[in-house]
Design a protein around this ligand. Sequence first.
Ligand code: SAH
Length: 219
Amino acid sequence: MAQTEEFRAEERNEMIDTLVALAWADARREIDPRVLEAMRQVPRHEFVPAALRYAAYRNRPLDIGSGQTISQPYIVALMSDLLQLEPDSRVLEIGTGCGYQAAVLAALAGEVYSIEIVHDLGVRAAETLQRLGTGVHTRIGDGYKGWPEAAPFDAIIVTAAPDHIPPALIDQLKPGGRMVIPVGTRHQELIVVTKNADGTTLSEDVVPVRFVPFTREPE
Ligand code: SAH
């Protein structure tokens, strides 16, 4: 058991080396050392289905059931980095999936809230997040309307791609806060939205990406 844990720690270190190299090659980007440390700590293999554990540390997306995928580690690192979290930040994630990104956020921030629309995924992720003692607050439902009772947030991350930025998410962002969100249908772009002190927003395109579609609950 102890040996297996150690083996996987070594795999995690290799995963970090790979994504550091990718970030540099991709855009001369240096990922915040705090993000790298968080990803060294979180046992990614605990979040993926048993049959895919062997591949948990490869830099590729993985099927997590219900037709959904967990992002490749490089994208998790990039999105976490772009949020510029502080140890006391309050964060909202839309798209819990298997809970891996939420666990990485929990290692970086103060409070993490995460919403998943697919019931079975939400239940499984909540169990994993609880078993590992992450303290992430989870909810099953449509994240389009955000989590008003827990707002405002310093940072919001969306891990499925809508065709427009849900207005409620802008509302629930604190002035000075940041949102990282993939937007688009066939062509998707990862966007960073910053909210100014006067409530206006600024959007910046970062990189083309490929996420599963943001779905809506039937009204
Ligand atoms: N962050 C996840 C990645 C999950 S993939 C992880 O680390 O595993 C994106 C997830 O967004 C899917 O599980 C999908 O079901 C969910 N999703 C799509 N539309 C949603 C919506 N409107 N509200 C909440 N979750 C949504």
